[in-house]
Design a protein around this ligand. Structure first.
Ligand code: ADP
Ligand code: F6P
Length: 320
């Protein structure tokens, strides 16, 4: 029987992580299960940086961005001896199960701890939407709203000056944030790991849009880690009749008050995490498929390919 649950947030922060912390804490306490908050992800677990939580510990955090527990990256956590220290620290505080809110790297850590005897459940907390086994990750919707708000502003100035704005968005190696932003903003082009990048093709398409279609401005949404947006903007100025400007949205995408969607998603997922641990289930992660909260083994989520977005790319092409 589980008596005390630990909770940590790990990897890049995401809006909605606080809603998950609140749900796990309140629901566990309401079931007579104690809760320990662990600061700064696996780093805090290693440094024994943890504290007992009560219902008041999570007051007024539902609407706050970031994570009140703090987050960090600890690459050494892959090592057995580091994991053993963490397990000893958990034992010291009588913590017998753990909720890990983070991305796929954090899931790998949760799996390793489960295999060493501490039941862990993962919640998908990342703006990247790059985790299989869930339609949406916690934070993606808020980040998308931030991207859309900013790209709409860029369109205003781009159209006034007959420019082409090249906008880089995050997503790590997943194109979802770029694709959904491009669709929501009516962008002229989207470049993601799924579309690939061909500079000549971009120039050709822009010349077509500028000359044949007579567009007076254009927006290109680019996933990070694909090309240098400044260099692309310069090439656009040199090779098309648009003047190119680059904007990297950067970490602004990670902040801000979580959207109602993310607050509710995180609360529902938090509830499921506590239920799983109370049933004695570990090594699973929580997802939402077709609006139903589900769970699956972490290993499966890590190995399963993400759902194809072909239909959305096709829609994008048909809207140009
Ligand atoms: P995210 O969880 O957002 O994908 P990272 O990939 O940076 O972010 O992972 C967060 C943390 O998870 C890492 O700093 C490390 O502590 C832990 N982690 C990542 N990969 C592994 C792994 N293979 N085994 C154990 N722990 C890992
Ligand atoms: O995983 C979330 C994320 O924001 C990615 O989109 C991005 O590639 C990375 O984290 C940035 O990491 P850092 O905050 O360490 O710069």
């Amino acid at each position: 029987m589980v008596r005390k649950i630990g909770i940590l947030t790990s990897g890049g922060d995401a809006p909605g992580m606080n809603a998950a912390i609140r749900a796990v804490t309140r629901i566990a306490l309401n079931n007579g299960v104690d809760v320990v908050g662990i600061r700064n992800g696996y780093k805090g677990l290693y440094e024994d940086n943890m504290f007992d939580m009560d219902k008041r510990s999570v007051s007024n955090i539902l609407s706050r961005g970031g994570t009140t527990l703090g987050s960090a990256r600890l690459p050494e956590f892959k090592e057995d001896n580091i994991q053993e220290v963490c397990i000893d620290n958990l034992k010291k505080h009588d913590v017998d199960a753990l909720v890990v809110v983070g991305g796929d790297g954090s899931y790998r850590g949760a799996l390793a701890l489960t295999q060493k005897g501490v039941n862990c459940v993962g919640l998908p907390g990342t703006i990247d939407n790059d985790i299989s086994g869930t339609d949406y990750t916690i934070g993606f919707n808020t980040a998308l709203n931030t991207c859309v708000e900013n790209v709409d502003k860029l369109r205003d100035t781009s159209s006034s000056h007959h420019r082409c704005s090249v906008v880089e968005v995050m997503g790590n190696h997943c194109g979802d944030l770029a694709l959904y932003t491009a669709l929501s903003c009516g962008a002229e082009m989207v470049i993601t790991p799924e579309t690939g990048y061909d500079e000549m093709e971009v120039m050709e398409q822009l010349r077509y849009l500028g000359e044949a279609v007579q567009k007076d401005h254009a927006i290109i949404i680019v996933s990070e880690k694909i090309c240098d947006c400044e260099a692309l903007a310069t090439k656009i100025s040199q090779n098309t009749n648009f003047s190119g400007r680059a904007t990297v949205l950067g970490h602004i995408q990670r902040g801000g008050s979580p959207s109602p969607f993310d607050r509710n998603l995180a609360s529902r997922m938090g509830e499921k995490a506590v239920d799983l641990l109370m049933e004695g289930i570990g090594g699973h992660c929580v997802g939402m498929i077709d609006n139903e909260i589900t769970s699956l083994p972490i290993e499966e989520a890590l190995n399963k390919p993400k759902k194809s977005r072909k239909h959305l790319y096709r829609l994008f092409d048909r809207l140009i």
